[in-house]
Design a protein around this ligand. Structure first.
Ligand SMILES: [Zn+2]
Ligand SMILES: [Zn+2]
Length: 135
């Protein structure tokens, strides 16, 4: 009974988050309502959800594993300066997949696409390094 509630709570936290979350982030968001929930339990459940194809795991440039709902696959812009993440709405690869399936006979099951660069704030900082720290 308790396990079922905790499993549902973990999935809900990921559903409500616009960004993928690490196990630590899920754990800290649930601390208020599930104070007895151990980080190891969160980990175990997240991994089980992945094997059940309910969640999708991503490792970004910082090496941290983050989880997001599998049915809502997402693409991200990641800043190499400050690690900011921006989710791209929609998927630009759907048309490409269709063409590839037609041309190659593959049945494509998934893909990943992550774009790396500098966010506007980091660009500004690079342009005016002498101003950083002033005011
Ligand atoms: Zn940045
Ligand atoms: Zn996509």
């Amino acid at each position: 009974m308790k396990n079922t509630r905790q499993r549902a709570a973990i999935l809900r936290v990921l559903d409500e988050s616009a960004e993928p979350l690490s196990a630590e982030e899920v754990h800290s968001r649930l601390h208020g309502e599930e104070p007895s929930l151990a980080l190891s339990t969160v980990y175990r459940n997240l991994e089980r959800f992945c094997s059940e194809n309910l969640l999708h795991r991503d490792t970004f440039g910082d090496g941290v594993v983050r989880y997001s709902p599998a049915r809502r696959h997402g693409h991200y812009l990641i800043c190499t300066g400050c690690d900011a993440r921006v989710r791209i709405d929609g998927c630009p690869l759907a048309a490409l997949e269709e063409g590839l399936e037609r041309d190659t006979g593959f049945s494509i099951e998934s893909h990943s696409l992550t774009l790396y660069g500098k966010c506007p704030r980091c660009m500004e900082r690079e342009k005016h390094p002498e101003k950083s720290g002033e005011k």
